[in-house]
Design a protein. Structure first.
Length: 325
């Protein structure tokens, strides 16, 4: 099988590409390198360009007529940035995705997996959700994902393409073989900020401590990025065996930010100091998923712990300058 991965030189897309290679699936990488890294596409068929570039998409399919499916990972993903620049986020994540699907239809592509987000959910009183839970996206970023899902559902209802949305929870870690990891030197998510605080000897700020969670900090479902990637392989291999069009990808366990900091301090020799501050624009209390559907449809379940995700993130942070400069 050959698969086109948009955003395939980014953190998640490149890890999906590695998991595909390990499973005998050939990835073809498309990335604009706005946030992706050329180094992550090394040794793989790679096209630099935009998903909205119809001529480029036509060239890819002409040169790789055996592409059987697309994994659409290309997107802007930083919540505060989406609050500051909603126009840019809607253009990059929605308008260009519509162009992309039009180009896929023209080239006869019949299967696509869409990288969606758990940030679109309205969490219940116990902070758990499943695929039938209500939606209430709280940031422009999250709304771009919800809009795309609705758009893709309308398209796949009448057009010759089936689109499966995988709703990611909170990826951490790196490829265990250290081929790829977070490309950003200063990532904005909680674990990235912990590593930054640990490296610089500064306090880690818990952003928001008045949420109605068990300790007041936000709650998340931290899934190892390699588990996330292997779920894509399972989805590609089982695409035609089910009719559902949305599947959550998480661990089924909620971890608060304070608990993540405690786990971090158990892994490192020199603990970080934890201080409290207010929430960032667009922040929400969070949620974690019930995982029955992914287990049943994909015959998949996560295998890595939060501690392993922290260790792999730290290992990647140490070698990242050698790989990315």
């Amino acid at each position: 099988m050959k698969v086109l991965i948009s955003g395939g030189a980014g953190y998640i897309g490149s890890t999906v590409a590695s998991a595909c290679l390990d499973a005998g699936i050939t990835p073809v990488v498309l990335d604009s390198l706005v946030t992706g890294r050329r180094e992550f596409a090394r040794g793989r068929a790679f096209y630099e360009g935009d998903i909205a570039d119809g001529g480029l998409i036509d060239t890819i399919f002409a040169e790789h007529p055996d592409i059987e499916a697309v994994v659409h990972c290309a997107a802007l993903i930083v919540v505060p940035d989406s609050v500051a620049d909603p126009v840019g986020y809607y253009r990059a994540n929605v308008a260009k995705s519509l162009d992309f699907v039009e180009h896929l239809l023209r080239n006869g592509c019949e299967r696509m997996i869409f990288s969606s987000s758990a940030s679109i959910y309205e969490a219940g009183d116990d902070f758990t959700v499943d695929e039938s839970s209500g939606l209430a996206p709280q940031s422009p970023y999250a709304r771009t994902k919800a809009v795309c899902e609705g758009m893709f559902a309308d398209i796949s209802a009448t057009q010759p393409i089936r689109i499966l949305s995988l709703r990611y929870f909170n990826p951490i870690g790196a490829d265990p073989k250290m081929r790829t990891g977070l490309q950003l030197r200063r990532p904005s998510h909680a674990l990235g900020k912990m590593i930054e605080a640990w490296e610089e000897g500064t306090p880690f700020q818990v952003t928001g401590t008045s949420w109605p969670t068990r300790d007041g900090s936000g709650i998340r479902d931290y899934i190892h990025v390699w588990d996330l990637a292997t779920a894509h392989v399972a989805a590609l291999e089982r695409f035609g065996s089910f009719t559902e069009d949305v599947i959550n990808l998480g661990t089924g366990r909620g971890t608060t930010v304070r608990e993540l900091a405690d786990a971090f301090n158990e892994v490192v020799e020199r603990p970080i100091e934890v201080v409290e501050t207010g929430p960032r624009p667009g922040d929400v209390a969070g949620a974690y998923t019930r995982t029955e559907l992914a287990r049943r449809l994909l015959e998949w379940e996560p295998r890595h712990t939060v501690a392993e995700g922290i260790r792999h993130s730290l290992e990647w942070a140490r070698i990242r300058p050698e790989i990315l400069g």
